[in-house]
Ligand binder design. Structure first.
Ligand code: HEC
Length: 119
């Protein structure tokens, strides 16, 4: 009986670690490089939407430090990054960046402007 229990526990721990291994995580440091190349000119050094090109845009770039943006889920931001925002200068980066780079840049944004989950 004891061995069966041990075996079952081992099986559970192996299968759960396999599930966790499949969660793909972004690397914030790699994401910073992507951000500086692709996003900084609009969203700015401080991620507050004040990049050098933002002055010329009718629709201002999102301020990732704002409550509005920080209260969005990772998923909402990822959809905006990969598909773009309709009728705005924010175009989609799917195809231009790899899936891993999309997650990396999201991870960088979240590391600087932490999600506000209290609201
Ligand atoms: C040409 C300027 C420009 C560039 C380059 C740009 N963005 Fe944007 N982005 C915008 C604008 C403008 C908006 C706001 C759209 C709106 O509010 O309708 C926006 C919105 C977003 C949003 C939605 C935020 C929210 O709170 O809903 C995300 C996420 C985002 N950008 C991420 C990125 C990332 C990541 C990159 C680089 C890979 C990038 N953007 C590059 C202009 C830009």
């Amino acid at each position: 009986m004891k061995t069966i229990l041990l075996f079952a526990m081992a099986l559970i721990s192996v299968s759960t670690s396999m599930v966790f291994a499949q969660v793909i995580r972004g690397d914030a440091r790699a994401g910073q490089a992507v951000y500086e190349q692709q996003c900084l000119r609009c969203h700015g050094v401080k991620l507050d939407g004040n990049g050098s090109d933002s002055k010329d845009l009718v629709i201002p770039p999102a301020d990732f430090q704002s409550h509005k943006s920080r209260s969005k889920t990772d998923w909402e931001l990822l959809v905006a990054i990969s598909n773009g925002v309709l009728f705005s200068p924010m175009h989609g980066f799917r195809g231009k960046l790899t899936d891993q780079q999309l997650l990396d840049v999201l991870s960088y944004i979240r590391s600087v402007a932490r999600p506000d989950i209290t609201s």
